[in-house]
Design a protein. Structure first.
Length: 134
């Protein structure tokens, strides 16, 4: 839970910084999970699905990138319980995605980074409601 800053200019700067960080995380999550579409379908995929074509190594690489989203969420003040849930999504994606062939299909469907981004966005919206109740 955040507290409103007694210095309005500092609070605005923190809000702008948070929004810029969130925008970068959105772009990263989209690149990893939903950057391209399989022609003739509405099925999206990203680098995570492509990397999983190399079982274990590809999934390990994208899991390490996914940890950046988790670290940014931590820096934004996300509670440990929610961070644990986000880490669980990454771990599940890594484990299931590491299975040859089936893991690639799983990676295209599960989209752990977009899931984690939604969790982060929901937390930030709720956090803003606590700071600025209407």
């Amino acid at each position: 839970m955040s507290m409103a800053s007694p210095y309005p200019h500092r609070a605005r700067a923190e809000s702008v910084d948070r929004l810029e960080r969130l925008d970068r995380l959105r772009r990263l999550a989209r690149l990893l999970d939903n950057r391209w579409t399989i022609p003739g379908t509405r099925i999206g995929f990203g680098l995570d699905g492509i990397a999983s074509l190399v079982p274990v190594a590809g999934d390990t690489l994208t899991a390490l990138v996914s940890l950046h989203i988790l670290d940014e969420a931590r820096r934004m003040g996300v509670p440990k319980r929610l961070l644990a849930r986000m880490l669980g999504n990454i771990a599940f994606d890594w484990a299931a995605g590491s299975i040859p062939v089936i893991g690639t299909i799983f990676d295209v469907a599960f989209k752990s980074n977009l899931r984690n981004l939604r969790l982060l966005e929901q937390h930030l919206v709720e956090d803003m409601r606590v700071v600025n109740p209407r």
